[in-house]
Write a protein that binds this ligand. Sequence first.
Ligand code: HPA
Length: 249
Amino acid sequence: MLALIGGSGLSRLDGFDPVTQNKINTVFGETSACLSIGKFANKDIVFLPRHGNPHVVPPHKINYRANIWALKDLGVQRIIAVTAVGGITSFSSPGTIIIPHQIIDYTYGRENTFFDGTVNSLEHIDFTQPYNFDLRTRLIEAAHKEKIKIIDGGVYAATQGPRLETSAEILRLENDGADIVGMTGMPEASLAKEAGLAYAKISIVANWAAGKADSEQKITVSDINSVIQGSIAKIKKIISSYLNEENNG
Ligand code: HPA
């Protein structure tokens, strides 16, 4: 089964009528919200808004371990994670949809492993390629099929938040090789890998990262939300198309 983890601007999924909703308490604590199971594009999927519904859980307080653990427990094998990001490099202008291929993790103080002795003993997973190759490829193919412009590849910088970055911090991330910046990409991706789940991300560039816009205008949450709302229909189309192909294959 496929799970869709929704980020900012995607706390609800229109056109998706859940049949069951489970608020799940795991050995790692409670999930961000109910896990909703229902049909999307004629296929059973699980939907989980990572900030809760309504959107109240800040990035550093999300119980990433409970979310991934509960999804695995429910029989999920693949996760498509949708996130809003700031754009750093020139191809990452607001409104662009990017399917990143790499991650740099700048977060701290988050519970970031299943291999801490709670349930599993120590293991060091390979994380050379953080996103699942097959799932990424299929999402990119689905976007091409729907003639939706996306960027194939980009380096996602995961920052701590909940504040946005300074312009110097963004220059540092750019020097490090980052193309986009968000607050929730880690440890979600590494936990999925630890759990043996295929995980890929679709990022919507909601704003120019700090200091990257031509004007001195402040980055506001309402601007971020309105750009995301403008892209949600495309994201849903990519995912529907992916699910249709999966049905046929
Ligand atoms: N920085 C970090 N996270 C974000 C941004 C940003 O500029 N925009 C949306 N999520």
